[in-house]
Design a protein around this ligand. Structure first.
Ligand SMILES: [Zn+2]
Length: 411
């Protein structure tokens, strides 16, 4: 098995930092294992020296798909590695990467935000002594989706960390909108960059066994998003959805067509989101009903039913929040694809020596460039980016998309 950082695509600098930290962390554990000869004795001194590259709180930043959570998980594995290197083969590495290590907790928000209850429970468990004798690791995969109260609960833990606990936060950036200034000030930051298309293609070929020509096309079309590239290479439905989005520019022939295109885009995002959460929703509902003993009779059944109604309502609320999030994510992917098309048109109008994002619509983008010139292509690109920004700022998606389609049609 490859060492734990092998799947971190095009991130040499970050990997070097994390390896150094893992080395320091391992040295720290070794130094602590030596019986101390008293406060300030040689063991304490060497422990301090050994820990120089390690710290208890980290933030991984980078654009979506750059591998923030992959990096966090790989680092967690390196910390739990029984050899202290992230060998990828020992039980520590293996169980961490598989998500079953007892001392590694991963928080993946399913709704639009991570709540305070979830965070408090997590912080409490993170304070316990690591059962494997190494580190308690908490990975928060979208720290930008913490509620303010949850952020405060986390901050308290980071300010007064238990001795063997490590927090790994992932966020798009260290902007105050994503991570509070006080949390940020207590963390070491590991910036990840958008991996180059050839590095993404290489990992698709090596790790996923995808044919080189398909991998090359998918890596370019996914604009540095590793997971998206893999989906495009493997999933025909994902390819169809992308084709439909890239057909939008040539369908914008009038006001009516612009509104139709807006409806089609919104409905496609809704359908994609519904398909992605339906199975999970049903499984959760069935699991909850089983846990609540649906159909049970006898003493306490009436009281249980009253409690059950509340729990079912809670579940429905969480599922609704997750569905909204899935819709936004699907719509955002579509907008990123569309932005890529107008970026190609702009590059073509400027005769910029860069490879197109969408090789399969490059000719169309070129035709657009001739019609619109650089200014027109730029205005259209900005209309797509503005639409993304508006949705991010909670403008109703339909309104934002309609405004964008009109702008794309009028230029
Ligand atoms: Zn290992």
């Amino acid at each position: 098995m490859a060492e734990v950082f092998a799947d971190l695509v095009g991130q040499a600098e970050a990997v070097a930092t994390l390896r150094r930290a893992a080395d320091s962390a391992a040295a720290l554990l070794r130094a602590e294992a030596v019986p101390a000869t008293g406060a300030g004795g040689p063991a304490a001194e060497s422990a301090a020296a050994a820990g120089a590259g390690m710290t208890h709180a980290w933030i991984f930043t980078g654009p979506p798909g750059s591998g923030r959570s992959v990096a966090a998980r790989a680092f967690a594995a390196a910390l739990q590695c029984v050899h202290g290197t992230g060998c990828g083969a020992c039980p520590g590495c293996h169980t961490t990467l598989a998500g079953t290590h007892a001392d590694v907790r991963l928080v993946v928000p399913e709704g639009l935000s991570i709540g305070v209850g979830e965070m408090r429970a997590l912080v409490l468990r993170a304070a316990s002594t690591p059962s494997g004798g190494r580190w308690q690791v908490v990975i928060i995969s979208d720290a930008d989706r913490l509620t303010e109260a949850a952020g405060n609960a986390l901050l308290k833990a980071i300010e007064e960390p238990p001795p063997r606990t490590v927090f790994l936060l992932c966020a798009p950036s260290t902007h105050p909108d994503d991570v509070s200034v006080t949390i940020r000030s207590r963390c070491r930051i590991v910036p990840l960059r958008q991996p180059p298309a050839d590095a993404v293609a290489e990992v698709l070929v090596r790790r996923d066994g995808i044919a080189p020509d398909v991998a090359g096309w998918a890596a370019a079309a996914a604009q540095g998003h590793v997971g998206r590239a893999r989906r495009l290479a493997r999933d025909p439905e994902a390819r169809q959805r992308r084709d439909a989005v890239l057909a939008v520019p040539r369908r914008l022939t009038g006001v009516g067509a612009a509104f139709d295109a807006a409806s089609a885009l919104i409905e496609a995002a809704e359908a994609e989101a519904a398909a992605s959460v339906a199975e999970l929703d049903e499984a959760e509902r069935a699991a909850l009903q089983t846990a609540l003993g649906a159909g049970g009779t006898g003493r306490g059944a009436a009281a249980a039913m009253r409690g059950a109604a509340g729990q079912l309502k809670d579940l429905e609320k969480r599922q609704k929040s997750r569905a909204t999030r899935a819709q936004r994510d699907a719509l955002d992917r579509a907008l990123v694809d569309l932005a890529g098309f107008y970026r190609d048109a702009l590059a073509s109008a400027l005769r910029a020596p860069v490879a197109p994002v969408h090789t399969d619509t490059a000719a169309l983008a070129e035709a657009g460039a001739q019609k619109w010139a650089a200014e027109g292509a730029l205005r259209r690109l900005e209309a797509v980016l503005e639409c993304r920004g508006a949705i991010e700022a909670n403008v109703k998606p339909r309104i934002a998309v309609e405004a964008m389609m009109l702008a794309l049609w009028k230029g």
